[in-house]
Write a protein that binds this ligand. Structure first.
Ligand code: FDP
Length: 291
């Protein structure tokens, strides 16, 4: 069994390795608290969404853990109006608890991290790595530092490093199986509606759970496409470029897939605000290019 620490040792730069190991151990702490901190607070995040206790708790755990590594220049978060400053080289943008509206119904949730070499906000062309955690039946950490997408799973009862290698060098399967698109069908722009009708005709299965991390993870493992499209009443979509779209686009592309806003590569977008949103389509390259 290969553990995360020894796997990272000769495959990733030292500062990214340290970040990933610390994210892994902080995710254990977040997972332990998930069942007990689910209430809504009175607060809203910079995108105007009501925050839950666990949004704030996960934000605190990850932000303080990352800053304490000494490798982080700043941490920007979906849950904070301003980044927190540190002393290292890497700029981190994170969604500490993705899909938190799913907690009340006990569906999987996740955490997303993008690692950048430039001050935020900046384009995805400055990404040096990204990662996501799933809190589902398994606690997994999927990451790339540029070469290959690798997944580790937390194994209960292991001393030291509990994360063991589950899948090395993932590639999105060439035969697409699933699709999932956010928003109401009646609000989809016409090309998206036409595309989905065509996918249904080709026998792809609808799999939409309402947590980006969980929904994208299915596409990564089974092939297909996830989208939160441009809507008639929300032309810029819902998902945030820095905190959600670019980190997952980086993983999608490193797993042989693609990610687009409908016209441009997601990683070429240069947001001017931390919480800027974008339409997003990602997964199997052929399907993303088609839509
Ligand atoms: P949530 O609002 O629960 O935090 O990040 C936003 C997000 O979840 C994504 O995880 C998810 O893909 C999407 O919103 C779900 O939106 P809908 O409720 O509109 O389907």
């Amino acid at each position: 069994m290969t553990d995360l620490k020894s796997f990272l040792n000769d495959r990733a730069p030292a500062d990214l390795s340290r970040l990933l190991l610390n994210i892994a151990s902080a995710s254990l702490q977040v997972r332990r608290s998930l069942p007990f901190t689910t209430k809504l607070t009175r607060g809203v995040n910079p995108s105007g969404e009501r925050q839950t206790e666990i949004d704030l708790y996960a934000n605190e755990v990850f932000a303080s853990t990352l800053l304490a590594t000494g490798t982080v220049s700043e941490v920007a978060s979906e849950e904070m109006a301003e980044p927190r400053k540190g002393v290292g080289r890497i700029h981190v943008a994170m969604d500490p608890l993705d899909g938190s509206s799913n907690i009340a119904t006990n569906n999987p949730v996740g955490s997303i991290f993008g690692f950048y070499s430039s001050p935020l906000p900046c384009s995805g062309e400055h990404m040096v790595g990204s990662a996501f955690v799933t809190y589902g039946p398994m606690l997994t950490l999927t990451y790339t530092t540029g070469a290959g997408v690798h997944t580790f799973v937390a194994a209960e009862g292991r001393e030291g490093d509990p994360f063991i290698l589950m899948e090395e060098s993932s590639v999105i399967p060439s035969e697409p199986e699933v699709y999932g698109l956010g928003g109401q069908r009646s609000d989809w722009i016409e090309p998206v509606e036409r595309f989905v009708t065509s996918l249904e005709g080709r026998g792809l299965k609808l799999r939409y759970g309402g947590t980006f991390v969980g929904d994208f993870n299915q596409v990564l493992r089974r092939g297909g496409i996830f989208g939160y499209p441009a809507l008639k009443n929300k032309p810029h979509g819902k998902l945030r470029v820095l905190y959600e779209a670019a980190p997952m686009a980086f993983i999608s592309k490193r797993a042989g897939g693609y990610a687009s806003d409908g016209s441009n590569d997601i990683l070429s977008l240069a947001p001017t605000a931390l919480a800027e949103t974008t339409p997003l389509y990602l997964g199997s390259s052929g399907l993303v290019r088609e839509v």
